[in-house]
Structures are given as C-alpha cells and as structure tokens.
Design a protein around this ligand. Structure first.
Ligand code: APR
Length: 266
C-alpha cells in the first residue's frame, strides 16, 4: 500500500480544514442574513430534489442526457405521438410518487414558518415541496400531479394513470399541467415571481443551473434591486459570479445547517 507522506497528509488535512472553516463561516453569514430578512425569496431547481433520488436535467446523469426534450416535452411532440409523451410523464410521475422529500425540502418548510415574508418559487414539477409541507409556493413550470386539456387548458382530475391520455369533456386530449419547451409560463405565476423578486431583501437560489429563462433571470433581477444573493449548488452555475455568498455542496446537507443557524438569531 502506498504510504502518504506526513507532509501530504498534513497539508491535505490542513487545506480541508481551512475549506471547511470557510464554508462554515459562509453558512453562518447566510443564516444570519436570512434571519433578519424582511422579505425572502427562494428559487429551487432540480438539484434540491437530487437527494430524493430524482435526476436533474443537465447533470451527467440528467434527464436530457437520456431523452430528447424536443421528442417528449413540446406541444409538437404531444401532437405527433400523444401516447409516447403521456407514457413518459406517467413513468416519471409514478417514479416521483415513490420518492420522498429530503432534508432540503423540510428545511424550506421550516424557513417559511420562521420568516415574515417568504415565497418559494420552484421550477420543479415533482410536487415534493408541497408534499414536504411548503405552502407559499409559485410553480413556474407546473406540477406533474396536475392535468389539463391540450386545446383549452380545462382542468382535469385524473383518477389513475393509464396507457393513453384521457379525453376532456370538450373532446381534447388530456396532458400534464407542466410547461413544455416553447410554451409560455403561467402568466399569474410569472408576474408574481417577478414582482416579489423585485421587493425581496434576500434571494436564495438552490440547485438550479439558471440556464432556462425566464426563471433563470430572477437572480439577476434580485441583484438589480439590491437583494443579498445566496446560492447553494454542488458546482458553480450561470449565476454564481453575481452571488454574495456561494455555498458549494449538496442542498440536503447545507440547507438544514443554514436554517439551524438562522434559528439562533430568531
Ligand atoms: N444539491 C444542490 N445542487 C445540486 C445538487 C445537489 N445535490 N445536484 C445537482 N445540483 C445542481 C447542479 O449543479 C445544477 O446546477 O442542480 C442544478 C440542476 O440544473 P438543471 O439540471 O439544469 O435543472 P434546473 O436548473 O432545475 O433546470 C431548469 O430546465 O429542462 C428544464 O423545465 C426544466 O425546470 C427545469 C429547467
């Protein structure tokens, strides 16, 4: 077995300790900022659900590494092959139902209860924030547990997932109530997200690459309106360079620590 020199080990160990000290200091500052924030916005992406066993989209093991969005997540794809799109969402929905919210989801529920003005804006359609107990949620990209008809967006209560999309009373096919590529985001949700972001004091971005707009614009808007910008991500994203604090790590590990340190001040 190769011996690691004492110097390497000591050097490596010291560097690791220094990195941990730095991270813990940043977590402390983030916790304090959140504790004293009069208006707080949280933006989540797929990374917040990673520890629940749900793949992200653009990581090396992400959904778009396996599937082509243009074949499964567009109106054209649904018109070309409604059964294939319906089955793909059915498989995702049934898989997500077996997953559970993770400590990051529950930490956000705690934060919502702690802070005076708190709004969770999510890009995720997995329904895990609601299942964890979050109440003040804006779902920018819809929810895989909600359904509407393709032609007129009539809401539809699905009793169980079959092999084929059901038919609406108006004769149109039923589809998941999620935002497909090329579709506009729900107007009310979008307006609310932008308006609240302009007013927030602290903006916390968690587990998003921020490459998809308009959701990915929100951190920039927060910054423009002088919010304190915190990011939790396992790696740098498009917005890391404009953040005030970047906490590198898993949301399920770091977010509970941030909330715990928030509690000290409240
Ligand atoms: N903790 C924190 N962040 C993580 C973790 C984790 N455990 N695992 C991955 N991440 C980060 C990745 O580093 C990446 O920055 O989560 C981000 C996931 O990025 P994407 O896969 O692009 O997901 P997201 O940002 O949510 O995508 C936005 O794109 O395809 C559309 O509609 C889809 O809502 C989605 C939108």
């Amino acid at each position: 077995m190769e011996e690691i020199s004492d110097k390497e080990c000591r050097g490596g160990g010291r560097l690791k300790d220094e990195q941990n000290d730095e991270l813990n200091k940043l977590i402390e500052i983030a916790g304090e900022r959140l504790a004293f924030s009069g208006r707080t916005i949280v933006l989540t992406g797929a990374g917040v659900s990673k520890e629940s066993g749900i793949p992200t989209f653009r990581d090396t093991d992400g959904i778009w590494q396996k599937y082509k969005p243009e074949e499964l997540a567009t109106r054209e794809a649904f018109m070309a092959n409604p059964t294939r799109v319906w089955k793909w969402y059915r498989d995702r929905a049934l898989s997500v139902r077996e997953k559970k919210p993770n400590p990051a989801h529950y930490a956000l529920v705690e934060l919502e209860a702690l802070l005076p003005h708190f709004l969770l804006i999510t890009q995720n359609i997995d329904n895990l924030h609601r299942r964890a107990g979050s109440k003040e949620i804006v779902e920018l990209h819809g929810n895989i547990e909600r359904f509407k008809c393709f032609e007129h967006s009539h809401p539809y209560e699905l009793s169980s997932w079959g092999d084929e999309p059901p038919i609406c009373h108006c004769g149109s096919l039923i589809r998941p109530d999620v935002v497909w590529f090329g579709e506009p985001l729900p107007q009310a949700e979008l307006e609310c997200a932008f308006a609240e972001t302009e007013k927030c004091e602290v903006f916390l971005s968690i587990g998003t690459s921020a490459v998809v707009k308009p959701a990915g614009l929100l951190p920039y808007i927060a910054k423009r309106y002088s919010a304190f910008l915190i990011e939790i991500n396992i790696e740098e994203s498009e917005i890391t360079e404009i953040t005030d604090i970047f906490l590198r790590g898993k949301a399920a590990e770091l977010l509970p620590k941030v909330v715990e340190l928030s509690l000290i001040h409240i």
